[in-house]
Design a binder for this molecule. Structure first.
Ligand code: G6P
Length: 610
């Protein structure tokens, strides 16, 4: 949430920062701003709206500077407008700060600063921090120490970047709970909230940890804790390539990411499937396999789409491993007093690896002594680093705010974890082999489903004006119903609810009439006949029905308005196939409504605030 870019060196930082902000815009996009120093003094330009608006203003002015900071915002305190946009500054307009996170005790500090005569011009929590740092600078402290002292007074989360005109050769940055990474170049250095803004310029980076503060000049960097201890940091290599974060000819990142799924799933399985042994080899769990298989209970915790993947994981693990599983919203888990036994395993699932609620639930779990594992996409992310061990899903960068390829890769990785445990328990080699073969066939089957794109687009045209949608599925496909509904809500702003199909009669059936489309996920599995009965119940009330069915199924053709036929696979892997038409349906409905698919209103990709 909120994109951050800072630069110091000999290049003109203005276009460089704007380019970086565009790459980070999926983190937040309600307002943007840039501040910089050049020989003639300092300047700040802030605008409500997307980076392109700022870009148009700036391009007309041909600005040049060698040190600057930029921000793209997802508002928490204060509505998105020009004034509340970052960077924020002091009264002398020589100290500028950008911030990702929330200062929880800002009201107390604000009151103290107001008493000291500070004036506030924004509604943000962040402005408090600028004036607080200013108050230390006025006590003749260096910028670095002023920031450090100020941070010792605040509670909350932050990734901050600060520049001060009287010390124009440095940028001071600090992190607590919101990601920050330093990019190291030759005679120039960078800071950003994620590596996507850096990869054009350098492959060398340093990930800051919570409670760390750093100073970068064009030639050097130093890192301390905010308690003033010097620390030495490891320089890491960024492996992401530029074409992985470009649209590659597609009109939207979301469509590109949907279409990439055969390949992203191959990457999630590469080197991990042992056909002869009917099991999987997961390097990130090495040494923890037995402990995992011996778990008294497994808790899966996540948010959003990752939480839906966790629900599918629950079905998989309980069916094949005989271990009780609980699925927890990370946001609820962290504030309960969760009963966690040291013999439990808690697995946190997160595409970004930065979701604040998931990270907080992880920290809370660790205090109680279970094995803590991660299933993350972003390599080196906070959740990946804070867990005891884990498995990367290797889906590649996901930029579209609505998660697609990360979801299917999370599912295939959860299936791999399930198989690993099951083979250490009761599953036979022959059954294990069957599952491996089914996994290997998944990418080709997705290629088949993606060929239905035009057909699904036509269905979207017919249903795009619906005001409500119901998504229904059972068993492994109940979480897919939730995910299908979420996709539609997120990007088309149509109200959609996912339900276990059999629960429909306990309430949602009251909503059904000729205006209410119902999407049934009804592949031929053990509960197919039951789902067909639920379809009949909707039809009897004149509901319009789209059904995702197995390719061999002709039975539903006359009963429902549209069937979308998909290849068959083993029940455990079905959600990886059944979700693809739902992703495409949501995508085409949103495009036909003329909405911004990649950056839907009010949402952000990486939710680093509570
Ligand atoms: C946000 C995103 C969702 C995502 C959720 C959890 O709400 O818009 O797409 O599923 O966060 O994110 P995570 O990175 O932890 O999977």
């Amino acid at each position: 949430m909120c994109g951050i870019v800072g630069y110091i060196g000999d290049q003109n930082c203005v276009p460089l920062i704007l380019e970086g902000l565009k790459r980070l815009e999926y983190r937040g996009y309600d307002s943007t701003g840039i501040a910089y120093f050049n020989g003639d003094g300092s300047n700040v330009i802030k605008k409500k709206g997307k980076v392109s608006i700022l870009d148009n203003i700036i391009n007309g002015r041909k600005l040049k500077a060698n040190i600057g900071v930029g921000h793209t915002r997802w508002a928490t305190h204060g509505e998105p407008n020009d004034v509340n946009a970052h960077p924020h500054f002091n009264a002398s307009k020589n100290l500028y700060l950008i911030h990702n996170g929330i200062i929880e005790n800002y009201q107390v500090i604000k009151k103290k600063l107001l008493d000291e005569g500070y004036e506030f011009i924004t509604e943000t929590d962040t402005e408090t921090l600028v004036h607080l740092i200013d108050s230390y600078i006025k006590k003749d402290m260096s910028l670095f120490d002023s920031v450090r002292y100020a941070l010792n007074e605040i509670n909350g989360t932050y990734g901050i970047v600060v520049i001060y005109e009287n010390e124009p050769d440095k940028i001071v940055v600090a992190k607590n709970g919101s990601p920050l990474v330093l990019g190291l170049g030759e005679g120039e250095n960078f800071v950003a909230s994620d590596v996507n803004a850096l990869i054009e310029h350098t492959s060398k980076c340093i990930f800051l940890e919570d409670g760390e503060i750093a100073e970068i000049t064009k030639e050097s960097y130093r890192v301390k804790t905010i308690e003033d201890e010097t620390i030495s940091k490891e320089i890491e290599e960024i492996t992401v390539e530029l074409d992985e974060i470009s649209k590659g000819g597609y009109p939207h990142f979301m469509l590109k990411e949907i279409m990439e799924q055969p390949e992203s799933l191959r990457n999630s399985m590469r080197g991990r499937l042992l056909l002869d042994d009917g099991t999987t080899k997961l390097g990130g769990l090495q040494g923890f396999e037995q402990r995992l298989a011996d778990s008294k209970r497994i808790i899966l915790s996540a948010c959003g789409t990752s939480w839906h993947a966790a629900l599918v994981g629950e079905y998989m693990i309980e069916q094949f491993c005989g271990i009780p599983v609980e699925v927890e919203y990370a946001s609820e888990f962290r504030y309960r007093n969760p009963l966690i036994d040291p013999e439990d395993t808690v697995i946190f699932i997160s595409q970004s690896g930065e979701t604040a609620d998931t990270l907080a639930a992880l920290k809370e779990s660790k205090r109680r002594g279970p094995l803590v594992l991660g299933v993350c996409n972003v390599v080196g992310s906070s959740i990946a680093r804070a867990t005891d061990a884990g498995v990367y899903i290797h889906a590649g960068p996901e930029i579209g705010v609505a998660s697609t390829k990360a979801f299917t890769s999370q599912l295939i990785v959860l299936a791999q974890i399930t198989l690993l445990i099951a083979r250490m328990k009761n599953l036979s080699n022959a059954d294990g082999k069957e599952i491996i073969k089914a996994m290997q066939d998944i990418p080709a089957k997705i290629e088949e489903i993606l060929k239905l794109n035009d057909e699904i687009e036509k269905i979207a045209e017919e249903f795009k004006d619906a005001k409500n949608f119901l998504y229904l599925g059972r068993g492994y496909n109940f979480p897919v119903a939730l995910e299908g509904a979420l996709k539609l809500k997120e990007i088309s702003y149509i109200h959609a609810e996912g339900y276990p199909a059999a629960e429909m009669k306990h309430g949602p059936i009251a909503l059904i009439d000729e205006n209410m489309p119902a999407v049934f996920i009804a592949p031929q599995d053990a509960i197919y006949e039951k789902v067909v009965s639920n379809i009949e119940e909707v039809k009897a009330r004149n509901g319009r029905i789209i059904a995702i069915v197995s390719e061999s199924d002709d039975k539903l053709d006359d009963l429902v308005d549209y069937t979308i036929k998909i290849p068959e696979t083993t029940a455990m892997l079905l959600p990886i196939l059944t979700v693809i038409p739902l992703q495409l349906l949501a995508y085409h409905v949103a495009v036909k409504k003329g909405l911004d698919v990649d950056q839907p209103r009010n949402l952000a990709k990486s939710v680093t605030v509570e």
